[in-house]
Design a protein around this ligand. Sequence first.
Ligand code: NAD
Length: 212
Amino acid sequence: GKRAFVAGVADDNGFGWAIAKSLAAAGAEILVGTWVPALNIFETSLQRGKFDESRKLPDGSLMEITKIYPLDAVFDNPDDVPEDIKTNRRYAGSTNWTVREVAESVKRDFGSIDILVHSLANGPEVSKPLLETSRNGYLAALSASRGSSISLTHVASERIIPGYGGGMNSAKAALESDTRVLAFEAGRKHKIRVNTISAGPLRSRAAKAIGF
Ligand code: NAD
């Protein structure tokens, strides 16, 4: 069977969860990357059986998540992490959650993966129009919302979608452009396919934040 790492699962409402389920139903082993501040509540809810109904696969069995890795995709290395995050209470209980450290942990634990899904986004100022978006908010949206292998994009990259603010339109345009370049580079170099899906509307936690 294939092994998949799905980054951006912290509840059972988003695309990451749904994609993980489809992959599990097709026989894949599932690893997930969960945003550090959301880790505790996700693990607790999972243990308490809160997601058991939505863990059901078509054959009646429950989706198993082999391992949950804490992840903050905005940071590549521990050196990149600013002091206020390092000392933040919500990050204190976890270690090795920068992108490079998670990749190393997965490699140590499992050797390799076959499928990488990037299903995360964070536009701190997404509810503000671009006109009123700060430089920091804009850069934060770009930093968290790009990705590789299979990611999720949004039509706001090419058309005006009122309400999709904070630079998230640019983040998705960058994601689509980077998908093309990475498909070329990683395809030639490593025979890795890189794609992005322009998803339709889903009332996930992220989408509720902007009133979609
Ligand atoms: P979601 O809230 O279920 O998923 C987003 C996840 O990103 C959350 O689990 C959150 O904890 C995580 N996250 C945020 N910042 C992070 C960080 N720095 N490091 C690691 N994880 C982080 O919402 P969703 O709508 O399912 O979003 C998944 C993807 O789908 C996103 O790329 C989103 O832009 C895209 N998308 C969503 C819609 C929609 O209508 N919901 C439409 C098109 C595309």
